[in-house]
Design a protein. Structure first.
Length: 138
């Protein structure tokens, strides 16, 4: 069975690249899995089947479903980053090279917006303002 994990991870990264998951991107992901059925038998493809089926089950795609898919893709990216050489990913030296040279225009985490007050770890009673739009921190 051919290992497509690295290709699927690269596709997930490209979908997350602009900070938004669209219905077209969800369709692209489902289409890729349909064209690579062997990827559906192993992680992370196996994790995506049911959520994608649920998105298309009612014939319409809503923001809540896309947000849930985005969170799943982020968790898959994090798991890949934590354990790139374990059985979870079943990678080989060739697939590592393939993943590193994958055609990804912009690999970024999804954009987060907002300002938050964060307590100082070293000075009780002091707070810092973290602006995720910048990003910046006082």
């Amino acid at each position: 069975m051919e290992d497509n994990s690295s290709q699927l991870i690269a596709l997930c990264a490209s979908i997350l690249g602009d900070g938004e998951v669209t219905a077209d991107e969800a369709y692209e992901l489902a289409d890729w899995l349909n064209r690579h059925p062997e990827a559906c038998e192993q992680w992370p493809g196996k994790e995506l089947i049911k959520p994608l089926q649920e998105i298309w089950a009612d014939g319409s795609v809503n923001r809540r479903e896309l947000h849930r898919l985005a969170r799943l893709l982020i968790s898959i990216q994090r798991e890949w980053a934590r354990h790139p050489k374990t059985d979870i990913s079943s990678i080989t030296d060739d697939s590592i090279r393939e993943f590193l040279v994958a055609d990804i225009d912009d690999v970024r985490l999804p954009s987060l917006r907002g300002k938050f007050r964060v307590p100082s770890q070293s000075e009780p009673g002091r707070f810092y303002e973290v602006d995720l739009n910048g990003p910046s921190c006082t």
